[in-house]
Write a protein that binds this ligand. Structure first.
Ligand SMILES: *Cc1c(COP(=O)(O)O)cnc(C)c1O
Length: 447
């Protein structure tokens, strides 16, 4: 069997989507699995690698999702597979807090080295993005001895109880799942496309609104942390206006508040920097990572100032599976791939191809209201022509059109009107250009 990265890099349809074998499995899926689970494309996967997913019917689909930005290095990347095989044959688990192993320490050393800031850092490993956010909040509260957590409009931080409270969008993430955790406060986001004030003063105005809320409604001295995605993910790839992140970080610092960057989706070369915070030189007190860290294996991490990371009571953090040795081995393989194959530069290169194609769509089609993002994390926001009114139907139609042509795309946005592009960083240019050409056709058909 050809391994993932060595699959033919081509779009090839041999059946309708879904094909007969996928249809059979879809029937079993609906019998056996919770109906509350979503599904972006109705095909079952047989193999994946580079820029393609091969389904059980033999269709080769261009993968513009990368497992929601988890397989930045591609599926079954060679170094990830080699490390995982070696590790599973040595031992599969001891629990780091029972009997430690070097892989965990090496991942933490890599994170401490790679994340922004030259101050002394330490790290903690967990199983997922949401668990990492939960731990960041626990640690921030233990360090500051304060309780309030400030989050933003359009934020997404996960699906556990605390992270649901921190996530903005009700349906589907929160509906029927309350009550939610207290001491979480939401403040405005500097969202350029939807700013209601003076567009030329957005950063200043947004910072005024945020700091006013914090000072007058919460009390800055009660705030443990400001938590923000440097480019929002599920919320629609909202890129805050220039200066907003540094402004928040400066305000946090002046008030003894920790600045926590949620880089779960933006991290690991995705945006054309190792981390999205690098763009404006922001050095968070705590950085939270997950998705792209492990080449597809489940791992989350909290990396921060050493004194902050040491603040919780001894044995106050941890967990049975956190930093599992197989996931750590995979992460070391993924990090080596990013560094040795210079996927940061690759993401920038892909970014120029993507923005050229998306900007061309914006100039041709009135339903494309906004194009935004950086590197291999870009999106289009669809609207009713000539307005900013969300056009959710056009988004659905366009994504469906692409699926039928063998291109997998993800949606996003508070108003369910954003198409987001998250290709694996190892996708060949020709395949990326083909996917963009099909998206162009889809937008033309929906316009
Ligand atoms: C996906 C995501 C999370 C949650 O991560 P899980 O691993 O799904 O728990 C948190 N924050 C951001 C920005 C994300 O994109």
């Amino acid at each position: 069997m050809t391994s993932g990265p060595h699959l033919p890099q081509e779009r090839r349809l041999v059946t309708a989507i879904p094909g007969p074998k996928s249809q059979e499995l879809l029937a079993r899926r609906s019998e056996a699995t919770s109906a509350s689970l979503g599904m972006a494309i109705p095909v079952f996967v047989a193999q994946a690698g580079g820029g393609v997913i091969i389904d059980v019917d033999g269709n080769s689909i261009i993968d513009m999702a990368a497992g929601i930005a988890t397989v930045n290095v591609g599926n079954s990347a060679d170094r990830v597979v080699a490390n995982v095989l070696k590790q599973v044959q040595s031992f599969t688990h001891t629990c780091f807090t029972v009997a430690p192993y070097s892989g965990y320490v090496e991942v933490c050393e890599a994170l401490n080295r790679l994340t922004p800031g030259t101050f002394k850092k330490k790290s903690l490993l967990v199983n997922s993005g949401a668990e990492a956010i939960e731990n960041a909040v626990k640690i921030a509260r233990a360090f500051t001895k304060r309780q309030a957590i400030v989050v933003f409009e359009h934020a997404y931080h996960g699906r556990t109880n605390l992270t649901m409270a921190m996530t903005a969008k009700n349906i589907p993430y929160k509906e029927g799942f309350g009550p939610f955790a207290p001491e979480v406060y939401r403040v405005p986001m500097a969202y350029p496309f939807r700013w209601l004030g003076d567009a030329s003063k957005i950063t200043e105005e947004a910072l005024d609104l945020v700091t006013h809320k914090i000072e007058k409604e919460i009390g800055a001295h009660n705030v443990a942390a400001i938590v923000i995605e440097p480019i929002q993910g599920e919320g629609g790839f909202v890129v805050p206006s220039k200066g907003f992140l540094p402004g928040l970080a400066a305000f946090a610092k002046a008030n003894g508040i920790l600045f926590i960057a949620d880089e779960v989706q933006t991290g690991f070369a995705r945006t054309g920097d190792f981390f999205a915070c690098n763009e404006e030189g922001v050095e968070p007190d705590i950085m939270v990572t997950a998705k792209g860290i492990g080449g597809g294996l489940p791992l989350g991490a909290i990396t921060g100032r050493a004194e902050v990371m040491d603040a919780a009571v001894s044995s106050g953090v941890g967990g049975t599976f956190g930093g599992n040795p197989v996931a750590c081995a995979a992460a070391l393989g993924a990090i080596a791939t990013i560094e040795e194959d210079n996927l940061v530069a690759r993401a920038r290169h892909m970014g120029t191809i993507i923005s050229k194609a998306l900007e061309a769509m914006k100039s041709k089609y009135a339903i494309v209201g906004d194009v935004r993002g950086r590197g291999a994390m870009q999106a289009i926001e669809l609207v009713m022509p000539g307005t900013t009114e969300p056009n959710s139907k056009a988004m659905m139609d366009a994504v469906k059109y692409c699926q039928q042509k063998g291109v997998l795309l993800l949606t996003a946005g508070t108003y369910s009107n954003v198409i987001r592009l998250l290709p694996p960083l190892v996708m060949p240019d020709a395949l990326l250009e083909e996917a963009l050409a099909i998206l162009d056709e889809a937008i033309a058909a929906s316009n």
